[in-house]
Design a protein around this ligand. Structure first.
Ligand code: AFP
Length: 322
């Protein structure tokens, strides 16, 4: 099995980008280790802190954020970072070429039940000619990403990565401390009979999503004439991983549960990197009305509606929104 670095080198990925991703993986290996220690390391449970979005932070959210932040800010390649757990961007090296956005521990409500969590990241270049570090630099559409991926901390630790030439899956071998290539090309099947959505929000959705899901639930007694199965991991990283492995539709649509917060998922830390991966694997990713990667961000912590996955099924869902 090939090791991570030679795989990217053979693919002619920019050596500096390869080096940056490799640096990020050092922090992810440490997070993987801490998660395996779990209760033994005394790091489970909730902290006294809230993030800028008013969400209570888990101790491991804070630890993971600090590990990634510290290692990235030590790198000469990083101009600045934006994290779901940081209120503002943090400046790094004045000559750094890259901007890194990340969700250090997605699905953190799963930590205390020893279930799936992951780190999601997105890398862009500093726009040409720009000096210093500011939030505006980050406000580039998802199409500007030069790399994106996630590390899934499950029964094994896996990295799904794209640098714009397909999606590769690596599995962490902790006996040698390396990610090894275990799947050269992840491809999302075009048709599926599986969907993932938080059904408890059904009554708060808008009509198009209500109608679409009602037709899935009607199965072979309804217009779809086909039975569907449902899954919900409560960690986007786990749900998207399943979609990449065996197809499916994942959605977190707009809802009216809390009028001040019509969307749940973050554009820069979750939706954009996952959309890059999904599109590179042959799937579709949309808000229901527009391609996620074409959205012009207006602020780093912005949220969006998400529908992604198997091409034909997502397109069917989108047809309800027309
Ligand atoms: P955190 O980033 O706060 O851990 O939230 C995870 C998440 O944003 C996303 O990964 C899940 O798909 C979604 O929340 C689950 O939300 P529900 O609370 O509706 O299950």
């Amino acid at each position: 099995m090939q090791r991570f670095l030679p795989v990217l080198q053979q693919d002619n990925v920019d050596p500096q980008l390869t080096s940056l991703i490799n640096t990020l993986m050092v922090a992810c290996k440490e997070i993987s280790f801490r998660l395996q220690q779990g209760e033994l390391a005394g790091i489970l449970g909730t902290s006294q802190e809230e993030n800028i979005q008013g969400e209570t932070q888990k101790k491991l959210d804070i630890i993971s954020n600090q590990l990634i932040k510290d290692i990235l800010l030590e790198s000469d390649l990083v101009r600045a970072i934006a994290s779901e757990e940081e209120d503002y961007i943090v400046a790094g090296s004045p000559n750094g070429r890259y901007l890194v956005c990340f969700d250090p521990l997605d699905g953190s409500s799963n930590i205390d039940i020893n279930s799936l969590v992951g780190t999601i990241f997105s890398i862009m270049e500093v726009p040409e000619g720009q000096e210093g570090a500011n939030e505006e630099m980050f406000l580039q559409p998802g199409t500007a990403q030069v790399a994106a991926g996630y590390v899934l901390y499950g029964p094994s630790t896996q990295l799904a990565l794209t640098t714009g030439n397909g999606v590769r899956l690596f599995t962490y071998d902790n006996t040698i401390g390396e990610f090894l290539l275990t799947q050269e090309k992840m491809t999302i099947v075009e048709d599926t009979a599986e969907f993932a959505i938080n059904m408890s929000n059904q009554r708060f959705w808008q009509a198009p999503m209500q109608n679409y899901i009602n037709d899935l639930l009607a199965g072979n007694t309804g217009t779809r004439d086909k039975n569907f199965n449902m899954r919900w991991i409560a960690a986007m990283v786990g749900d998207v991983h399943r979609v990449l492995c065996r197809g499916g539709l994942f959605a977190y649509p707009t809802d009216a549960k809390n009028p001040e917060k019509p969307y749940k998922l973050r554009l820069m830390y979750e939706a954009n990197p996952m959309s890059f991966l999904v599109e590179q694997a042959g799937g579709v990713s949309s808000t229901g009305y527009e391609r996620i990667m074409s959205i012009q961000p207006t602020e780093i912590h912005q949220r969006v509606a998400v529908v992604l996955g198997s091409k034909n099924e997502v397109n069917t869902c989108l047809s309800y929104h027309k």
